[in-house]
Design a protein around this ligand. Structure first.
Ligand SMILES: Cc1cc2nc3c(=O)[nH]c(=O)nc-3n(C[C@H](O)[C@H](O)[C@H](O)COP(=O)(O)OP(=O)(O)OC[C@H]3O[C@@H](n4cnc5c(N)ncnc54)[C@H](O)[C@@H]3O)c2cc1C
Length: 387
């Protein structure tokens, strides 16, 4: 693996930094910090600005209006954005969009792709159901063909972006008699369609996710993506596009904690001079660096035309556990101050460590649980038989 960046990649990184420097306002910073998983009004404006300036299509092929850049450039872009927690178009750009390019109809490509690139269309991912998470293929939401329409009934849960997106990228059952993986299809459903109800689901970390109910939702048959009953194949394809994952957000958490230790005097000397604090921070710094290398390895593999599989799972587990390690270290280093919420004027480093402590568990679930990731590592990475 080659760790160095080419002069062109370095120049591109500078360009991204310059763009962020020009457009990141304190208000946008404050909003993205608060919203975390969602996108507020300023975040939406920012995404559209990126769309107008061509930043959303960095990795998209030129024929679809993108820049056709490689995985390392995309990774550099995501890293710089993640450092400031800025939105990047998420799964709409990195998962649903590329799937549409490959299996969508000509009409869908014309209708959706330009608007995805301009930031006007955003998908929420409607896969998980109350009784179908890790075992996703057992989902029950039904789509029944009636003439030129499909009629959808069922319920989704953890449809995170549903309250600020325009459409749902929905996985539903079209053939209940087929084996469970073979009777599923993907549909595009406008969020404001009659029969769609979106209800908030507040997480422990204060992020908003959603439950979405579908009651006799009648959509044109043309809204099916690709072929009927091929949905499982398309979902796995979409997941393969999601394997570029930045690490920089975690680096920023550690920088905040280290800054606190440098600037806070306890017993007559800054916390950073206390040996236990130094050891704890040094250990975390090593872990952050390891995470960066895991993250870069995925980008490097994609650049070479490979699909990181077990490697992406290794990153995901390490990332989610490192969030926990930093949150726990903050409790030890900051004491009771690590539990003060951002709203309180006494909250150090804007209450970030308190927030991280409430948020870290969700990283172990979102995007597939760590146990499922361990199964993937065992089977695909180590060649072990299915458990
Ligand atoms: C904050 C957040 C945002 C999310 N956003 C979205 C979204 O936008 N769209 C969407 O569709 N979904 C989303 N999800 C859902 C997420 O993908 C699921 O939570 C995840 O797949 C796990 O499913 P589950 O919650 O039903 O847990 P379950 O699958 O019921 O798992 C319960 C426990 O059993 C364990 N377990 C299950 N199967 C196995 C196995 N085979 N081997 C070992 N252990 C196992 C799990 O690891 C877990 O600890 C989100 C989840 C969260 C928390």
């Amino acid at each position: 693996m080659d760790f160095s960046l080419t002069p062109e990649q370095e120049a591109f990184q500078q360009q991204v930094r310059q763009f962020i420097h020009e457009h990141l306002t304190p208000e946008l910073s404050e909003e993205v910090e608060r919203e975390q998983y969602a996108i507020g009004p300023l975040g939406k404006k920012f995404v559209r600005l990126m769309g107008r300036q061509g930043w959303l299509g960095i990795g998209w092929p030129k024929e679809y209006g993108g820049q056709g850049r490689g995985a390392i450039d995309q990774w550099l872009f995501l890293e710089e954005m993640a450092l400031e927690n800025l939105p990047t178009g998420g799964l709409t750009l990195n998962s649903a969009g590329p799937t549409l390019m490959r299996v969508g109809s000509e009409q869908q490509k014309k209708e959706y792709l330009p608007k995805i690139l301009s930031g006007e269309i955003e998908f929420a991912i409607g896969y998980t159901e109350p009784n179908a998470g890790s075992d996703l293929a057992s989902l029950q939401t039904r789509a029944v063909r009636e003439g030129d329409s499909y009629v959808i009934n069922g319920q989704k849960i953890y449809t995170s972006a549903a309250h600020h997106s325009t459409h749902i990228w929905l996985l539903a059952r079209t053939d209940p008699k087929a084996p469970k993986h073979r009777g599923l299809s993907i549909f595009i459903v406008p969020n404001d369609h009659p029969g769609v109800t979106i209800r908030p689901l507040q997480t422990m970390g204060s992020e908003r996710s959603n439950e979405v109910f579908f009651e006799d939702v009648r959509i044109p048959a043309a809204n099916i993506v690709g072929e009927e009953n091929q949905g499982w194949y398309y979902v796995t394809m979409a997941l393969d596009f999601e394997r570029l994952m930045p690490h920089a957000r975690i680096r920023r958490h550690l920088e905040h904690l280290t800054g606190y230790a440098k600037n806070t005097v306890v017993d007559g000397r800054p916390l950073i001079q206390h040996p236990q604090v130094r050891i704890a921070l040094a250990r975390l710094a090593v872990e952050v660096e390891v995470l960066r290398l895991f993250s870069m390895r995925c980008a490097w593999m994609i650049e070479r035309g490979q699909v990181p599989n077990a490697e992406a799972s290794v990153f995901k587990i390490f990332m989610s556990e490192l969030n926990e390690h930093i949150a726990a270290a903050a409790q030890n280093i900051m004491g009771a101050y690590a539990a003060v919420r951002a709203e309180d004027s006494l909250a150090p480093i804007a209450g970030r460590m308190e927030k991280l402590y409430r948020s870290f568990p969700l990283y172990k679930f979102a995007g597939g649980t760590n146990e499922v990731m361990r199964n993937i590592i065992a089977q695909r990475g180590l060649g072990m038989p299915r458990g």
